[in-house]
Design a protein around this ligand. Structure first.
Ligand code: NZQ
Ligand code: ZN
Length: 382
């Protein structure tokens, strides 16, 4: 096991009626800004519930944070915060609204532009506004981590940055009832891939982390049909929601190697084509597994046995079957597993390879996935 430091300060308010219980957590003497996406919260009653919970408090609203939030939108919100003297932010929406809010919180008192903060963490100011959220889409884990992923429309780039954790997160599984089936599929796939990227690396580093990760993966496979059912089932939604949080809040990352190659390649596909985040992961993950099967073989065999019950056959047969089962799981959710199915071809793969070569990025748990390896991975995705 590697050395590690672990601290996660976010308070979770989980369950039915959690929105109604959040009032006690909000500093009553501070000027608030409530941030929203494109309007799903108006249709599903969340806006009304939040407004009631905030009655009597001094707040302004900022609307229009888009999926794959743009720095251009963040800049508008930062200007409004400065104009209004905002001291506390409440994000109400999916990962995109919360991620944008994390950058707004960091940029209000910064001496640098918001995009510079994303690209250069040394520029993050000490004075970052406190923020919290009502999470309406279980997927990103953003509700209990300090990461955010921001897009730049002008340069067609998408990068992660790391700042502060939410003060508290409100997780009411009932707010997921209005999610379209596609977003639930994406939420399940995103959670699955977050877990895999902290698990499918080096065997034997931590039996405890392995069992926790395998617990999440098996639970996701088990709960997926219930979570996707047209008639919402509270317990399935609650399990799915908690899985999403637990997959990316640091609890399964203690002392183990990580490999974020799938995410890094997926972000480029989204940056160039606007493809939904988890849809890119469903395409890229099986190809990463196949390309890196030699260095990951012990862990792939463990994954095959413990998550998919694949214990028969040669090592190669079990590895092949585990990779196939991964792709089948994504397809069972209704997601695509090929770039060609998304109308994306070789020119995009070449542009992504060019970007990685220019940046000199090396991915994977062994930092051996260079631009050429990214090219081979993308070739497998076509
Ligand atoms: O904008 P509104 O109208 O609210 O609609 C949203 C949006 O269109 C809708 N939605 C959200 N909750 C709903 C709902 N519709 C009906 N009922 C509800 N309860 O869903 C659409 C997608 O929302 P979005 O916030 O974009 O999805 P998600 O939560 O998957 O976030 C994706 C973003 O998070 C980043 C991704 O890269 C992407 O930019 N990620 C953030 C991470 C983090 N902070 O740690 C890690 C992840 O790996 C990921 O990269
Ligand atoms: Zn993700």
């Amino acid at each position: 096991m590697k050395n590690f430091v672990f601290q996660n300060p976010t308070k979770l308010l989980f369950g039915r009626g959690a929105i109604e219980r959040m009032r006690a957590e909000i500093p009553a003497d501070k000027k608030l800004m409530v941030t929203f996406g494109g309007g799903s919260v108006r249709a599903n009653g969340v806006y009304e519930r939040v407004t009631r919970a905030l009655e009597g408090l001094d707040y302004v609203e900022f609307w229009g944070i888009e999926p794959n939030p743009k720095v251009e939108t963040v800049r508008e919100a930062v200007a409004m915060c400065r104009r209004e003297g905002v001291e506390f932010l409440l994000a109400v929406g999916g990962g995109s609204v919360l991620d944008a809010t994390k950058l707004i919180a960091a940029a209000v008192h910064a001496g640098a532009d918001a995009w510079e903060l994303v690209r250069n963490p040394a520029l993050l100011p000490e004075a970052i506004l406190p923020f919290a959220d009502v999470m309406t889409l279980p997927a990103t884990g953003s509700e209990m981590n300090n990461g955010a992923v921001i897009s730049n429309a002008a340069t067609r780039e998408k990068f992660a940055f790391y700042s502060r954790f939410p003060l508290f997160s409100v997780l009411d599984p009932e707010v997921t009832y209005s999610l379209p089936e596609y977003q639930i599929a994406c939420g399940l796939a995103d959670t699955f891939v977050h877990t895999v990227e902290q698990y499918l690396t080096v065997a034997g580093e931590s039996p405890l982390m392995d069992r926790w990760a395998e617990g999440l993966l098996s639970t996701l496979v088990e709960v997926a049909p219930g979570a996707m059912a047209a008639e919402p089932d509270y317990d399935s939604r609650a399990t799915y929601m908690l899985c999403a949080t637990m997959a990316l809040n640091g609890f399964i990352a203690m002392g183990v190697s990580q490999d974020w190659a799938t995410h890094r390649i997926g972000h480029e596909i989204t940056a160039l084509h606007g493809v939904t985040h988890a849809q890119t992961l469903a395409v890229v993950l099986p190809a990463v597994m196949a390309e890196l099967q030699e260095q990951k073989q012990d862990k792939l065999l463990q994954y095959a046995a413990r998550v998919w019950g694949l214990c028969e056959g040669s090592r190669q047969e079990r590895i092949d079957a585990a990779i196939a089962r991964t792709g089948e799981f994504f397809r069972s959710l209704g997601l695509k597993t090929r770039l060609s199915e998304l109308g994306i071809g070789r020119p995009t793969a070449e542009e992504i390879v060019r970007r990685f070569a220019e940046r000199g990025t090396r991915l994977g748990e062994k930092a051996n996935v260079d631009a050429a390896a990214v090219g081979r991975i993308l070739e497998r995705c076509l």
